[in-house]
Design a protein around this ligand. Sequence first.
Ligand SMILES: Nc1nc2c(ncn2[C@@H]2O[C@H](COP(=O)(O)OP(=O)(O)OP(=O)(O)O)[C@@H](O)[C@H]2O)c(=O)[nH]1
Ligand SMILES: [Mg+2]
Length: 262
Amino acid sequence: MIVVMIPTYNESQNIPLLIEELLGLKLELHILVVDDCSPDGTYKIVEEYSKRNNFVHLLLRKNKRGRGSAGVDGFKKALEMGAEIIIEMDADFSHPTRYIPILIEALKDVDVVFASRLVKGGGEVNRSFGRVAVTKGANLLTRTIMRYPIHDCTAGYRLFRKKVLEKIELDSLSAEGPAIVGEVLYRIIREGFKVREVPYIYEDRRFGQSSLRASILFDCLKWLIKLKFRQLFIDREKFQKAQKFYSENPPESAENPWSPRS
Ligand SMILES: Nc1nc2c(ncn2[C@@H]2O[C@H](COP(=O)(O)OP(=O)(O)OP(=O)(O)O)[C@@H](O)[C@H]2O)c(=O)[nH]1
Ligand SMILES: [Mg+2]
């Protein structure tokens, strides 16, 4: 079973179109939407779908809020559902669904696949110069500080084998906001899982408001420093082992079969 886990907050315009696109891929994907009682009623739309279609599922969180714990609860639910492969993606069409078949194919001999804007063939369209600069700057900083073997460290468009989510101790993840993407990445690399990057073209959100604020960037920076300390002092041995593994088996990136939509 493949479960697509999508955290949502105020995505009522995007979510019906995204569900239709995912069902239209005809890959028998189970769609799990994790919504925090969005004031715009996103969950009601998903609930209606779930009554009519066994492949659509809603995890409604009544007393919790935040991208961080929504992702964690979604991963746990996906495992409970019996997922062998879990796809994590945003609801706003920034992560185009047309890549899903090639991403699944790319997972065949690795444990985690990262859709990546920062390998040959990847990129971003319809975004401001400033926003692209934020992506590049954040990734340069993360790679330099953490010495990860991949290029795109900040996008939450990724595929995991079940064993990865079982190993990374979901219960002890604690980032509340989008910094969760980095916290999960840290654990993947620490455990030395086999990974691959597949290029994709990120598109700006189709409908709705961006939730990016200076406070979010600041929180991500705080998390980066915290994780560096963990890497140096708590997980040192594990990272040394992982780094040796990655230097002997550098993650390859798949060929890009797609071209940007202008
Ligand atoms: N359940 C839940 N989902 C959230 C929350 N905040 C954001 N999300 C979802 O997480 C995904 C990523 O959030 P975005 O707002 O797109 O953040 P971003 O991609 O960094 O920035 P923009 O696309 O520029 O807005 C989207 O599908 C959001 O709907 C939250 O508090 N709870
Ligand atoms: Mg987005």
